[in-house]
Design a protein around this ligand. Structure first.
Ligand SMILES: [Zn+2]
Ligand SMILES: [Zn+2]
Length: 394
């Protein structure tokens, strides 16, 4: 291997790993692993050291500027990551045009390539500029009827401190969009918008079009490089004659010989793995009938149950939304005809004195397994998908 090449490879891999830890280390499943600790180091421990140094050296000037920039990047709407995505796609397409377009072997691909290449731009636009489900004073009453309260993660009677109205079930206030969002999933920097009740279908379309362009780009460039390998072989030898080692060697040689083809091929492969993983996670959320926002809440319950802090009671009378209007309200899915019902209410009691506040008329039992908690939003993959494609108007 070329000296220097290995160092560059190691540097790229280490940098990718650090970026991965910084961006995804907070995921609940990784919380108590070295990746979670690495995340805490990057975002808590290291900034702490830096602040101490800066106060000594410049009186805190550097930290203030970094903080202002960080606040802008983290808590204001800005198109930086969107532009990064557009630059990656457009740059990739330019390289594809240089290296791969002249080698396209059929009219079919010459027609398909422009179509496939336009979809990330269109779906990015739709995901970015479709209202994710802003809850306003005007539509608040209707937003309250979208989903039933589950009395686990969402209970009635809590107000958004910014919007000053009662929080509808499954909603979350987004400090970046400065609105409460119906069925809030997460604020997505790639689309510079929240993903919620109304635009999650365009978010999925955006993910799928990114996956398709990456798979298609990989397929075409891989096939072309394979052709080049076949052409460079001595007369009488074909690819099946090569050992795996020889083939991989030849392949990498051709990859470097035609740089634009090689970059597109590798870029599609590497970003494709990430994009597919992320899409898979979001399909899993659909299948499980939950949202990114709610998975954080479920993880908290899991921790609190193992700490013995969760209590539950059956209360068919106090639940204002689940059950009572069932089957009498036809039309699109809403809080009044919701198919899954539960009469359990769940509270976390951290100090024993708080037991005083629990309703004395009910029989309270300690929850010792996640199986005791019902996710009423898990209404099956098909119904959830229908709700994504045709969200109930409000
Ligand atoms: Zn709000
Ligand atoms: Zn947002």
């Amino acid at each position: 291997m070329d000296p220097g090449f290995r160092e560059i490879l190691i540097a790229i891999l280490s940098l990718s790993f650090v970026v991965f830890v910084a961006l995804f280390g907070h995921v609940p499943a990784l919380r108590k692993t070295p990746i979670g600790w690495g995340h805490a180091f990057i975002w808590k421990t290291f900034p702490g050291w830096f602040t101490k140094m800066d106060i000594k050296l410049t009186g805190g000037l550097l930290v203030r500027s970094v903080k202002n920039l960080f606040n802008y990047l983290m808590y204001e709407k800005h198109p930086l990551i969107q532009l990064f995505y557009l630059a990656m796609v457009t740059g990739g397409l330019y390289l594809f045009y240089l290296g791969a377009w002249p080698r396209l072997w059929s009219t079919f691909h010459r027609i398909m390539v422009p179509i496939v290449c336009s979809t990330p731009y269109i779906t990015l636009y739709l995901a970015s500029y479709t209202d994710p489900g802003y809850i306003t004073n005007e539509n608040h009453q209707r937003a309250m009827k979208l989903y039933p309260y589950d009395w686990v993660n969402f209970k009635p009677g809590y107000n958004c401190s910014t919007c000053r109205f009662e929080k509808p079930a499954r909603s979350k206030h987004c400090p970046i969009c400065k609105h409460c969002i119906a069925k809030a999933d997460h604020h997505c920097v790639w689309i510079n918008n929240c993903v919620g009740h109304k635009n999650i279908k365009w978010f999925f379309a955006f993910l799928m079009s990114t996956n398709i362009i990456l798979v298609y780009g990989f397929y075409l460039t891989f096939y072309m490089i394979k052709q080049i390998v076949a052409d460079t072989l001595p007369k009488g030898t074909t690819i099946p004659d090569l050992s795996w080692g020889e083939y991989v060697n030849e392949f990498f040689l051709c990859l470097v010989l035609d740089v634009s083809l090689g970059i597109v091929c590798l870029l599609c492969l590497m970003t494709g793995l990430m994009s597919f993983g992320f899409t898979g996670y979001h399909f899993y959320l659909l299948w499980a009938g939950t949202t990114t926002n709610e998975t954080f809440k479920w993880t908290d319950w899991k921790d609190d149950i193992s700490a013995g802090e969760v209590w539950m009671a059956q209360d068919p009378t106090r639940n204002p939304f689940t059950g009572r209007w069932s089957s009498q309200t036809p039309g699109p899915l809403n809080a009044f005809n919701w198919p899954v019902q539960s009469d359990k209410i769940v509270y976390r009691i951290i100090n024993p004195e708080e037991m005083e506040y629990l309703d004395k008329q009910l029989i309270w039992t300690k929850v010792d397994s996640m199986d005791d908690l019902v996710n009423v939003y898990d209404i099956g993959f098909k119904k959830t998908l229908e709700g994504v494609i045709w969200p109930t108007e409000f």
